[in-house]
Design a protein around this ligand. Structure first.
Ligand code: ACO
Length: 435
């Protein structure tokens, strides 16, 4: 066997040198195993925002930011978006392989069996203020699941872990739709388990008890695509939060609630909502230049929402797929759809920004959220529900990463170090003696 590659670190002050092993993954940049650095030298690594830190080994998702490539368990996102469906992608992310017919039927049945939520949880939901933001409700309700489903909380038991995973995937659409129904004062709808995952969600969102409801197949496909594209994205802020929460042994519902809270921020999952607010504020293609100039002005905190990504420095591959889906959906629904002008402003903004030196030099391209909000609003999903839909899609990624972490032999409680820059040690001064 070939000798592992190493990197030598030398402390110039003492002359001490230590070799550190370079670990190679299947794809992507190799990493230096720095676990013994503090023991060898007494130094920690300083890396705010973790831009150069690998926090775990993972076999779930791979992103090549320079090539604009995204793989789930090795399969390119373009192929999954074209050929697969969201529940099959869930199976793939959880179990690492595409299901055969028997596995598929059994998984599908298992998810359908868990779509209902405990009635007590609905009473809990009824306690929210009438105008509560659905993301605030979602954080609370998902966290509260642990108090209703404590028969599956032994995180050392693989069957418990699997049951919790199924419950989270199955109940997220019911909870998300309930949050919406609560916000508009309509009665909750129950799941209809003969429907597919996406159809079921749409009927719980948009059906009313007094009327029959048939989901539009174009809308179903567009939403299915959205869910596939958002299902996982390796060690982003919310996923890392789920892992960090899980590293302490917290229950899966608490961990997913922590992920939802992190996703809410406008620099992460809140961006799709922020994009629509920005496009509405621009209002007319003639105002685009002014907004682009504001985004470039260092004295103005405004940023072009839906532009830039920590990892993608070429093009977000999900944005390419969803951009086309936006076109198709708006054409299919109605060419005079009320979202058409918004989409046209978005396309023009995209063209202006892509030709601008500021954005070119910083490799700022439209990300998936630049277009996903347009699809969601064309489907009649209100702005306040956008990030809820993202959370619904990402739940499977979070739970797959949480399950992977629990069986990882290297796993320890997450505990970053710090560079302390506060006051040096000093003695307490009595009140009367303070100057
Ligand atoms: N508009 C204008 N300038 C920007 C933008 C933007 N959207 N994004 C980054 N920049 C600039 C920064 O000002 C900085 O410029 P400087 O080098 O002159 O100081 C440079 O580009 C690098 O930006 P950072 O903030 O260091 O990049 P980082 O990787 O930390 O941030 C992020 C990535 C948070 C996505 C950022 O690009 C951003 O805020 N974008 C808008 C929000 C957004 O769309 N978020 C969705 C992310 S995708 C997702 O969660 C699904």
């Amino acid at each position: 066997m070939a000798e592992p590659k190493t990197v030598t670190i030398t402390d110039n002050a003492t002359g001490k040198s230590v070799d550190y092993t370079i670990l190679e993954g299947t794809h992507g940049a190799p990493v230096i195993d720095m676990q013994r650095l503090a023991a060898d030298f007494g130094y920690f690594c300083h890396d705010p925002g973790y831009t150069t830190t690998s926090s775990c080994r993972s076999a779930i998702t791979f992103i090549d930011g320079n090539k604009g490539e995204l793989l789930y368990r090795g399969y390119p996102i373009e192929q999954l978006a074209q050929e697969s469906n969201y529940l099959e992608v869930c199976y793939l992310l959880l179990y690492g392989k595409l299901p055969d017919q028997t596995e598929w039927e059994s998984f599908n049945r298992a998810v359908r069996q868990h779509t209902m939520v405990h009635e007590g949880l609905r009473r809990f939901m009824n306690g929210y203020r009438h105008d509560a933001h659905p993301m605030g409700m979602l954080v609370g309700i998902v966290g509260a699941l642990s108090t209703y489903y404590h028969d599956s909380l032994d995180i050392q038991d693989p069957e418990h872990r699997e049951l919790s995973a199924l419950r989270i995937i199955a109940k997220m659409p019911s909870i998300a739709a309930d949050c919406y129904k609560y916000s508009i004062g309509q009665p909750y709808m129950y799941p209809i388990n003969s429907l597919g995952y996406v159809e079921n969600f749409l009927q719980m969102m948009f059906a009313v008890r007094a009327e029959p409801y048939v989901p539009n197949p174009v809308a179903v496909r567009a939403l299915e695509l959205m869910l596939i594209l958002h299902a996982d994205h390796e060690q982003n802020a919310s996923t890392s939060t789920v892992r960090l929460a899980g590293s302490s042994g917290a229950n899966p519902f608490a961990c997913i609630a922590a992920g939802i809270a992190t996703l809410w921020g406008p620099a992460h999952g809140g961006a799709n909502e922020a994009v629509i607010r920005m496009l509405n504020e621009i209002g007319d293609a003639r105002h685009i230049r002014k907004f682009v100039d504001r985004a470039k002005d260092k004295d103005d905190p405004f940023r072009l929402m839906g532009f830039g990504h920590r990892v993608y420095k070429n093009f977000d591959p999900r944005a390419k797929i969803i951009r086309q889906a936006c076109h198709d959906l708006l054409n299919d629904l109605d060419s005079s759809h009320s979202n058409q002008p918004l989409f046209e402003i978005a396309l023009e903004l995209e063209q202006i920004a892509l030709k601008d030196d500021y954005f070119i030099q910083r490799k700022l391209y439209p990300n998936v959220d630049f277009y996903s909000g347009i699809i969601l609003s064309a489907l009649g999903i209100p702005l306040s529900m956008f990030t809820v839909l993202f959370a619904m899609a990402r739940s499977v990624g979070w739970i797959a990463q949480w399950m992977e972490m629990l069986v990882d032999k290297e796993q320890r409680i997450g505990r970053p170090q710090q560079l302390y820059v506060g006051a040096a040690r000093r003695d307490y001064v009595a009140m009367d003696d303070r100057g």
